[in-house]
Each structure stands twice: as structure tokens, then as C-alpha cells.
Design a protein around this ligand. Structure first.
Ligand code: SF4
Ligand code: SF4
Ligand code: SF4
Length: 177
């Protein structure tokens, strides 16, 4: 067995073991595709068929740990087209849910504005106008995200030249606050 096959087997076994133990939370930083069922139901139902990965027109879905699909906003944004969910025959992605996901934007210390360098790339990329820049005396204007206006599309992630923008689960944002 090749090294990558051994690693894949170990990761799959670990994912299944966590499932059987009732450890249903996705690893921190792991974002499932939109309309994913809660982690316990998702892991139990997803067959890792990659149909959602193949269906995504913006190619933001990739096979993650154990072969379960995850979102990588460094590759692009979600248009909420629903192609992934419609491709999911087992129903691990279910558009009957009220919202595609609950994500929050986190802007890290690497932000150029925090270093007093004028940059509005994230705000310019946001079609929802959810990132505003508050003027500061003697400082570059600082980005502020309006959670009520943000739909979690992820367009601001790739727009940042410093890779200082990330989307995280709203539950993780609450814990970090
Ligand atoms: S809703 Fe569309 S753009 Fe978003 S992840 Fe699914 S297939 Fe991709
Ligand atoms: S299409 Fe559904 S079952 Fe297949 S990998 Fe995606 S989420 Fe899992
Ligand atoms: S995730 Fe989308 S809607 Fe939210 S701030 Fe970023 S670009 Fe705007």
C-alpha cells in the first residue's frame, strides 16, 4: 500500500471513529458545503461520492479529511446556485434547511489596514456591501463587517492580498469572542 493510501485509510478510520464515539463537531476551521446537515447526520449520510465537488461551478468544493467534502474559499466564492445540493443523491446536503450555512467573517492581524496601509480589497469584492471602512484619525480606515448584511459567500477571502480574511462557523466566532 502506498503512503498516501495508508494516510487516507487512517484519516477515514479516524473520521468514522469520531462518528461512532458521538464526536459530531467538524474539526475547527472545517467548513462543509452549503446546506450540509448537522455534522452528525452529514457524516452518517455522506458517501464521499464527490458529486458535489464535480458539480460546483466555482470549484470551491474539495475532498477534505477522510474524503468528506469541504469548502475552500481561497479558490473562489459560493454563488448559492444549489448545484452541489441537487447533485447530492444521499441527501447529506439538503436545501430544505432554512439557510445554506451560518458563517462569520474573521479579519486577522495581517490586515494591511491594521498596519496603517490603505487597502479596501475585501470591501470592493463584497457585493452585499457588508464590509464598511470606518475612518480613523491618523490611521488607515479599518474594515468592519456587518454580520446582518453578510451572506457568507466568501468572496472577500480570495480578494485579500494578505490572506487575512477567513470565514468561520458562527458558533466558533462566538467562542472566540
Ligand atoms: S451552491 Fe453552487 S457555488 Fe456554492 S458550493 Fe454549491 S455548487 Fe458551489
Ligand atoms: S454529493 Fe453528497 S454524498 Fe456525495 S460527497 Fe457531496 S455531500 Fe457527500
Ligand atoms: S463573505 Fe461575502 S457577503 Fe460576507 S463580507 Fe465577505 S464578500 Fe461580503
Amino acid at each position: 500500500m502506498k503512503a498516501d493510501q495508508i494516510r487516507e485509510s487512517l484519516v477515514t478510520a479516524l473520521s468514522r471513529r469520531r462518528f461512532l464515539r458521538g464526536e459530531f463537531s467538524a474539526e475547527p476551521g472545517v467548513l462543509r458545503p452549503p446546506w450540509a446537515l448537522p455534522e452528525s447526520a452529514f457524516v452518517g449520510r455522506c458517501t464521499r461520492c464527490d458529486a458535489c465537488v464535480a458539480a460546483c461551478p466555482t470549484a470551491i468544493l474539495i475532498a477534505g479529511s477522510g474524503g468528506f467534502p469541504v469548502v475552500d474559499f481561497a479558490r473562489g466564492e459560493c454563488t448559492f446556485c444549489g448545484d452541489c445540493a441537487r447533485a447530492c443523491a444521499p441527501g447529506a446536503l439538503d436545501m430544505a434547511q432554512p439557510q445554506p450555512w451560518q458563517l462569520a467573517v474573521r479579519i486577522d492581524a495581517g490586515c494591511l489596514a491594521a498596519a496603517n496601509i490603505v487597502c479596501r480589497s475585501c470591501g470592493d469584492s463584497c457585493q452585499s456591501a457588508a464590509i464598511r471602512f470606518r475612518p480613523q484619525v491618523g490611521m488607515a480606515a479599518q474594515p468592519q463587517v456587518d454580520p446582518a448584511a453578510c451572506n457568507g459567500c466568501g468572496a472577500c477571502v480570495r480578494a485579500c492580498p494578505q490572506a487575512a480574511v477567513a470565514l468561520i462557523a458562527r458558533s466558533e466566532a462566538t467562542i472566540a469572542a
